[in-house]
Ligand binder design. Sequence first.
Ligand code: SF4
Length: 703
Amino acid sequence: DAALAVPDKMVDSVCPYCGVGCQLTYNVKDNKILYVEGRDGPANHKRLCVKGRYGFDYAHHPQRLTRPLIRRADAPKRVDMAMDPERVMEVFREATWEEALDLVGRQLTRIRDTHGGKSLAGFGSAKGSNEEAYLFQKLVRTGFGSNNVDHCTRLCHASSVAALLEGIGSGAVSNPVMDVTKAEVVIVIGANPTVNHPVAATWIKNAVKNGTKLIVADPRRSDLARLSHRTLQFKPDTDVALLNAMMHVIVHEGLVDEGFIASRTIGYEELRQNVDGYSPESMAPVCGIDAETIREVARLYASSKGSMILWGMGVSQHVHGTDNVRCLIALALMTGQIGRPGTGLHPLRGQNNVQGASDAGLIPMMFPDYQRVDNPAARQKFEALWGVPLDPQPGLTVVEVMNAITEGKVRGMYVMGENPAMSDPDASHAREAMAALDFLVVQDIFLTETAYLADVVLPASAFPEKTGTFTNTDRLVQLGRQAIDPPGDARQDLWIIQQIAMRIGLAWNTADVSEVFDEMRRSMPTIGGITWERLQREHAVTYPCTQEGDAGQAVVFTEQFPTASGKARFVPADIIPAAEKPDAEYPNVLITGRQLEHWHTGSMTRRATVLDAIEPDPVALIHPLDLAQIGVRAGELITLQSRRGKVSLYARADEGTPPGAVFVPFCYYEAAINKLTNPALDPFGKIPEFKYCAIRILPGGDA
Ligand code: SF4
């Protein structure tokens, strides 16, 4: 009985779920986690949400992969698979590590040598450590010979990063979440922190209690809206209209910070002219927010001593995601609301290490530390460090890889800890693409929907089974420590990556995770001052930390921006509609996202006893008026259908979801909602439009 057992060891680590990066302690007995407690970390001060506190026993789940698996020659790759873990052996046979790794090495080498390095691609994971991300991208770049490496940042904040790099020279946050407690005004837009960043939401609630004015802007009304000074439930897909109208007010009422604009920015005149055409009166019918409310919120934001903007994927996951973020950046720049405590721009990062994985170069156009692959100086630096010539062409992004498979350009893949069969838009297309590969190797802890399509499955280590660094949404590099051993023959991911590297011709012999971190420090100036010893001692260090002994900078851009001129750039944006608007055939809008108890594609949380008990079934959140219109009661089955697929799931009445729209979490394999989503991409960030596509709602279940 876990409640009565006394732990025989306590291991300090961090939470494996969201980007808040709560520190916790695993209480362990006989290689089993009994319970988890919050630690006094900079981001959580002992607080944990339901996922951090109860979402740990997935690591002990009987469905954990414990032996390498090789696909049976006669086992078809079924893209409409109904997952049945009890029948795994009908599809795969167990193998030794030697046999499985040799097969992986032989197949990847054959494809590379026959069709060239660009015929291979790798997806790493924002769930892995910085060291795993770094070694994985190094393997693809030096072993495959291309930059075809990406991960789920492409699906969450790629557009935010594109706009931030373009505008202010850095893709990370300017201020930590905790700065909301120092702000007079906080805008939360396109984010639902009580669900997706729960402990961060508690700091926002504390700030409101102490007088901070909270503005919540989102097409769905979230729990946080109950505490807001103003709630802007704008029409889906109209972010640019709303934000440009706010800027129009700020310009026309003389609320701009002229000193800041003159000394710290370029391009203001072009932006000023652009927002001139977006008066609140003309944009009110477009975005659904009355002109006076737009004026009031604009004045509040511009005039306060400190205003901070936090945003999530409601902003980024659109074909105009980069434009949405350009507007947020422009708002902060024109009012000088950046570069001081209690101000700034904070894209709430999703997964626990999506910031770190991006920093470590797990993206197709950048080496570690966002050094562009098509920059000759950056390339020479990494060629000298890694000892091989490198491809000067940016590689393919997540969705582009799937299209390239269909076109016969990509023939082999290595997927580590990601589940594109569930997380990619138009998931049936993604599954068909992966099923068509000459060779797919998947490294994971469960037989995910992606692993089910693999030729070889390699059993990996769960979060508490390894040591490594993880970077949270605040740019805080934190140490996750091994608390338990992997089950059976499962191995640590760093070991697996290196074994594959050696079998495709790379002479790697890094023994310890700290050696990988040391190599990262040598190539990444922003973390150059962080030593492994310091991390062991202090548990967490904020970057930029360029010299040993630096305290690290929680608030950046205080004097200048990390751009060539030291100044930030205004980039105007105009209204671009969603790629697929509702019509007579598909009259409703689908918005996808997450729910509190489950994480991403659900492979971990749906195997965590407490979390699965709270939310066991796939649900669709629909306004009661829409339910009444189709004659369905809450709790009954409905079917959602788009031009790409259909799923059946349970209807849940939700007054926060606007009439005409449906919100569905993407964690349920039984109703894989990404079969419906649109793979249309933002042209800059290459992020798919998960927050908007046309569907119809049918009573009953027939999918
Ligand atoms: Fe984990 Fe995020 Fe919850 Fe903190 S807020 S416990 S990091 S899921």
